[in-house]
Design a protein around this ligand. Structure first.
Ligand code: SF4
Length: 62
């Protein structure tokens, strides 16, 4: 599944990057997906990061 971060909702807490640093990072104060990892939405750690994002800014979709 494809990962996307809604920059309108994200407030840069960095929780996603802390939980899964191999997939997420923080760029210019917003959570971001590292290049080449956009399709890692099936990774259970990514699913957990999306569930626990305090802004509910991480979407997993097709
Ligand atoms: S956990 Fe959510 S609010 Fe925090 S940086 Fe990541 S996407 Fe943004």
């Amino acid at each position: 599944m494809k990962i996307s971060v809604d920059r309108e909702a994200c407030y840069g807490s960095g929780d996603c990057a802390f939980r899964v640093p191999s997939v997420f990072t923080v760029v210019d104060g917003f959570g971001a997906v590292l290049p080449g990892h956009e399709d890692a939405g099936d990774d259970p750690r990514v699913v957990e990061a999306a569930e626990k994002c305090p802004a509910q800014a991480i979407a997993l979709g097709e």
